[in-house]
Ligand binder design. Structure first.
Ligand SMILES: Cc1cc2nc3c(=O)[nH]c(=O)nc-3n(C[C@H](O)[C@H](O)[C@H](O)COP(=O)(O)O)c2cc1C
Length: 165
């Protein structure tokens, strides 16, 4: 793959909230999880666990608002959990999940980050132990929509050189 193609994957990614019913083949899922496994983590502690949720009843329990109802339609939800005893666990989980998001895009799948959930209830539903924090989730599946690009701030707004001023 050329560097141009890699950039195109990053630039073209959109949050996908409509999915085909088509299941995600195991080897495709594995390649996406592998992208998470290869992520950097502070002191290489890898203080995380990724729960692949496919069971429709469990997915239902991860819906905490009407606007996130689409979670039920996504073939897979990956729940990123970080060991709260590790200082950088949250950052580590986020990096690994974003690696999965980019890998999914490269393989023709869509994803959406899910930050709206009630942690205690999600933990109870998925039997997640006390010391593991639910950091975020991503939905995963073949896209049934091609969302328009969302407005992004300009580089001029976002970037400063050398000092903040
Ligand atoms: C940490 C985080 C949490 C998010 N939580 C939700 C969510 O609960 N539900 C949802 O529909 N989208 C969620 N999103 C997706 C954002 O709305 C989306 O990334 C943003 O509107 C920009 O659109 P784009 O991803 O297509 O560029 C979340 C994104 C991030 C990074």
């Amino acid at each position: 793959m050329s560097s141009q193609e890699l950039l195109r994957i990053i630039y073209n990614r959109r949050s996908v909230r409509k999915y085909e019913r088509r299941p995600v083949p195991d080897d495709v899922l594995r390649a996406i999880l592998e992208a998470g496994r290869q992520a950097p983590s502070a002191r290489n502690l890898q203080p995380y666990c990724f729960i692949v949720v496919r069971d429709p009843e469990l997915k239902k329990k991860l819906v905490f608002s009407e606007w996130n109802r689409f979670i039920e339609e996504a073939p897979i939800v990956i729940v990123g959990c970080g060991d709260s005893r590790a200082k950088w666990a949250i950052v580590d989980v986020v990096i690994a999940l974003q690696n999965m998001v980019i890998a999914a895009e490269a393989l023709g799948l869509g994803t959406c980050w899910i930050g709206h959930f009630t942690e205690d209830e999600a933990k109870r539903a998925l039997k997640i132990p006390e010391h593991m924090k639910v950091v975020a989730m991503i939905t995963l599946g073949y896209p049934a929509e091609r969302p328009k690009p969302r407005p992004k701030k300009s580089l001029e707004e976002l970037v400063r050189y050398d000092t903040y001023e």
